[in-house]
Design a protein around this ligand. Sequence first.
Ligand code: CP
Ligand code: NVA
Length: 303
Amino acid sequence: MAIHLLRLSDFTGDELFAYIDRAIVLKQEAAASIRHTQLAGKTIALIFEKASTRTRVSFEAAMYGLGGQVIFLSAKETQLARSEPLKDTALVMSRYVDGLVVRTFGQEVVTELARNATIPVINALTDLYHPCQVLSDVMTVIEKKGQLKDLKVVWVGDGNNMANSWVQAAARMGFELVLACPQGYEPQADILQEAQQEAGGRITVVRDPVAAVQGADVINTDVWASMGQESEEQKRLQVFQGFQVDGELLSHAKPDCIVLHCLPAHRGEEISEEVLEGPQCVAIDQAGNKLHIHKAILEKHIV
Ligand code: CP
Ligand code: NVA
């Protein structure tokens, strides 16, 4: 039976930590120039309906790094763009390749592909979640801070796909998560509610970013308008005034607070240039860890 990776809440905390533990080992082995061949003879297809730099290249490099092969498909060049049903696509792709890594708009697209495929489907970002990214983010936090459970993690800005996956990570992996979001821009209500029930008071949503970051070990942000929300950009620029992660906001956190951004960043909007380029920001290490997390994911799911 194929094991899909569509959202973090489909896994236990132990399973999520296992990806990170394995990625840390794979990272050490890569640094020691140890070669891997465990996916030799396997092929995955990437089907991307949205732009990507990091996720595409790190999944491709991860697959090659484990001895496997990759076929990249821009969704608009496939028959999906001419309305071929997802079911037929899933059934046919299952005859050709050993896994699908998909970046698309609706979560229902990856769910429908997974329902019909006999091969694993991995979510490489939807409007609702970005699970693989958040695994590499949490890995980065563990590397930098040495632990997770006693940390205060603060999300500042839009309650978007990244925030939804962080909410699920906090519930399953057991750390404090405070989200400072403008009214109407919180994480999706049902996702939040379910995670809050599980987390017993350790996941909260507040309005004031300054109050939120008091005592923070980690501050995390992302763009104010995600891919697909281009028409809302101007409105969102207004709504998110006061939510920029800048030097002033950072001064209210712990002195050794680290700043995360999944990238790409909009300098001068959700994060100031000074903070993004500053010593507390770990965005490039975070991006680097995507390679190792994706290896760990592929190794587990592509069989
Ligand atoms: N963080 C991230 O997913 O980047 P890309 O859009 O470049 O893949
Ligand atoms: N929230 C952003 C993340 C990009 C990696 C988006 O969906 O565009």
